[in-house]
Design a binder for this molecule. Structure first.
Ligand code: NAD
Ligand code: AKB
Length: 312
C-alpha cells in the first residue's frame, strides 16, 4: 500500500495544532507536513516538518504537493464568522479560493483524500432552531456561512464530476485549551475558562440565554479522523455532515464553572456577535453521521469543564 503523506494547511490554528499532532501519532511525524501563513508555531516545534505556505498561492502550493509527494490535504485555513463580518470580501476570497486551489490540485495530482471543514454557520434564521436536521432550509446570513455553504457544493461537485474523495464535517463551536480560537462567535466558550481561572470573572459578549451547538476538541479530532478513515462507500454525504456534541448557554457554562470556582462571576455585554449567534440553530441533529460512519460524541458540559480547568 502507498505510504500516505499528509499536508495540513492552517496547521497553526485552533484545530490545526491538535489535528497535526494527532495525525503525526497515526501516520508518523515525517509523513505529516504542517503548513501555515505563520512562519512557525511553538506548539508544533520539534514535532515534525513545518513549512510557511500561503494557500492563495496556487503555484507554490502545487510545487509543495509535488515536491513532498503529498497524497492527502487537510485544509483548515479560513476566516471565521466574527472576523468575516468585519472584512466580508477577504473572508469570501480566502474561504472560496483557498478551497478551489486545493480541489484543483487534488484533481490534477489524483490525491487520495481531502478534508475540508464546514460549520453549523451554514444554517440561518429560517433553519429549525432545535435538532437542526442534515437536510433543511439553509439560508445563511453571514459571509462565513455563505462561503461554507458554497464550499460544501464545490466539494460535492468535485466528487461527482472528478471523483475527488473530499470529506467534510459541519463542526459546532469548538472548545480547547492548547491553541487559541481564531475569531469566531463561539470563542466565548474558551475565553470564559481562561478568565475564570485568571480573574475569577468574565464579561460575556453574548446574552446569558444564547444556546449554541458546541463540541470539545478531543471529540472533534476523533470525528475528523474517524470520517477520514471510514471506507469510501460509507461516505454518502459529499456536501458536509452535521456533527453534534452538546448545546449550552453562557449562563449554563458559568454555573458549571462555579461548581469548581465558587467565587466566579459573569456579566453580559452583548455586541455584534449576538446577531450572528441568534441566526444559528441551538442544537444539531447528527443522525446521518451516526448512521453512515458510526459517529458518537463522548464529552458533555460537565466532563469538558473538568478537563478544561485541569489543563489550562
Ligand atoms: P483558526 O483561525 O484558529 O486557524 C486558521 C489558520 O489558518 C491560522 O493559523 C491562520 O494563520 C491560517 N491561515 C490563514 N490564512 C492562510 C493562508 N492564506 N494560507 C495558509 N494559512 C492561512 O481556525 P480554526 O478554528 O482552527 O478553524 C479551522 C477550520 O475549521 C476553518 O475552516 C473553520 O471555518 C472551521 N471551523 C472551526 C470551528 C471552530 O470552532 N474552531 C467551528 C466550525 C468550523
Ligand atoms: C465561529 O464561531 O465562527 C466558529 C464556527 C461555529 O464555525 N466557531
Amino acid at each position: 500500500m502507498k505510504q500516505e503523506k499528509i499536508l495540513v494547511i492552517g496547521a497553526s490554528g485552533q484545530i490545526g495544532v491538535e489535528l497535526t499532532l494527532a495525525l503525526r501519532k497515526i501516520y508518523g511525524a515525517a509523513n505529516v507536513i504542517a503548513s501555515d501563513l505563520r512562519e512557525q508555531n511553538p506548539l508544533l516545534e520539534g514535532t515534525g516538518p513545518y513549512v510557511s505556505l500561503d494557500v492563495m498561492n496556487k503555484e507554490m502550493l502545487h510545487v509543495q504537493v509535488i515536491r513532498q509527494n503529498v497524497t492527502q490535504i487537510y485544509l483548515l485555513a479560513a476566516i471565521l464568522s466574527a472576523t468575516g463580518e468585519k472584512n466580508p470580501g477577504l473572508a469570501w476570497h480566502l474561504n472560496m479560493q483557498g478551497l478551489l486551489n486545493v480541489l484543483d490540485i487534488a484533481r490534477e495530482e489524483k490525491l487520495t483524500k481531502i478534508y475540508w471543514p464546514s460549520s453549523i454557520a451554514v444554517f440561518g434564521p429560517t433553519s429549525p432552531r432545535q435538532d437542526c436536521p442534515q437536510k433543511t432550509i439553509i439560508e445563511p446570513t453571514t459571509v462565513y456561512g455563505i462561503s461554507k455553504y458554497a464550499g460544501e457544493f464545490w466539494c460535492d461537485y468535485y466528487f461527482t464530476k472528478f471523483g475527488v474523495d473530499v470529506r467534510s464535517l459541519r463542526y459546532p463551536g469548538l472548545i480547547s485549551y492548547k491553541s487559541a480560537p481564531g475569531g469566531g462567535t463561539t470563542d466565548y466558550a474558551v475565553e470564559i475558562y481562561i478568565d475564570a481561572l485568571r480573574d475569577k470573572h468574565y464579561d460575556c459578549f453574548l446574552e446569558k440565554d444564547t444556546y449554541l451547538p458546541m463540541m470539545y476538541m478531543p471529540d472533534a479530532i476523533r470525528a475528523t479522523i474517524e470520517l477520514m478513515e471510514a471506507p469510501r462507500e460509507n461516505i454518502r454525504t459529499r456536501t458536509s455532515y452535521n456533527l453534534s456534541g452538546m448545546s449550552f448557554s453562557p449562563e449554563e457554562i458559568a454555573a458549571e464553572i462555579k461548581k469548581h470556582i465558587p467565587e466566579f462571576t459573569i456579566a453580559y455585554e452583548p455586541d455584534y456577535r449576538q446577531a450572528i449567534a441568534n441566526s444559528w440553530p441551538q442544537s444539531i441533529d447528527d443522525s446521518v453521521a451516526q448512521q453512515e460512519w458510526g459517529w458518537k460524541p463522548e464529552y458533555d458540559l460537565s466532563a469538558m469543564t473538568i478537563d478544561m480547568l485541569k489543563h489550562l
